[in-house]
Design a protein around this ligand. Sequence first.
Ligand SMILES: *Cc1c(COP(=O)(O)O)cnc(C)c1O
Length: 413
Amino acid sequence: MKLPTEGKTRADVMASLERSMAGDLAWDEGRTFSLVYGVGAEHLRLLQEAYSLFMATNGLGAGRIFKSLSTLEGELVSMSADLLGGPDCPGNVTSGGSESIILGVRAAQERARAERPRVTRPEVVLPASAHPAFDKAAHIFGIRNVRTPITKDYVADVQAMADAVNENTIGLVASAPNYPFGTIDPVTAIAEIARRHALHLHVDACVGGFALPFLRKLGQPIPPFDFGVPEVSTISADLHKYGFAARGTSLILYRDQTLQRRVGFKLDDWSGGPYRTPTMAGSRPGGMIAAAWAVFQHYGEAGFLELNRTMLDTSQRLRRGIEAIPGFHVLGDPAMYVWGFASDAIDVMAVADAMAERRWYLGRQLTTPPSLHVVLTPIHAPVVDGFLRDLREVAESIARSGRSGERRSSYAT
Ligand SMILES: *Cc1c(COP(=O)(O)O)cnc(C)c1O
């Protein structure tokens, strides 16, 4: 394509954009199980209004021109830190979970440079189930990641992590929870390894950060995972997942200002004069900060509790229905409404193919055993019965035909 010679009308452009979406999947009807964390039409309107009000603003150098943004970012950090057991912990809004993780790993590296200058080949020890963003970070910073096995309960094997620590180790990772299984690693036991060796501990609460605090208030048995555990150094928590913010919004939280300062970037002898940024980004969209703030203020604790009650109930109904199908079972003991399920009886990849023919798009995971993945949101509450009806029919038909499906994960397209 080339840039059009003459411009088109706004109406024509918008019509083309709308037509371009014709082949996209119906996330707003609850037919997909990841990528979009929707609540419904009213929530989407709130996001759009808050985002467009701040659309033109820029978080770079916020505080001078856009005082509003530095206030909103500060309030967002403080509301989140309070939920995560460290009301005074500093932090920053980032572009997503991957950037938050990159900054958490950066904090570990900068801390080791300051405190243990003799480490020249830094290593991070992390469970096999931790997010690939840790490998992206390791790749960027020249760190070696040592991945340790997970147990038959699909959580970090604490002994394997302890055994992997050596004189080059600078940090440990725990997920609360991990994405493939939704299981929480034993954070307090991993924290004990961090304490013994004075290591940085990053807790990846990208998917759980804005879910677990509310589930705990609803009486769910959520083990300690946040700044309440004294060894936890940094936490990543995605606002664009269960904080129901606009896509491209996450948080990195630091135990203290020293860590935050070490991660921040400074250049003093640029021809433009001193330049400083707290995250990987230069310019930062103000819209995402305003939209996340608007959602927190609009829902409040009561609203988040209500949404979590709905998602928990949806998850329990779905799980019961799935486990009533012969051979089907959920992997491990998921802490929230994100989990994988497998079958001893039939090929789940064939199930994914057949469900897609019926317009249900499950995540495909090459876990052991291979599994299908659900990420539930309030949008899924009304679709559980219809989904289960189709799943039962599909499972029966595959049990008869012995059909198998294409072995691939959803994350490599
Ligand atoms: C989603 C997720 C990430 C990465 O987040 P992005 O926003 O996709 O970059 C990291 N860790 C966990 C556990 C996640 O669920």
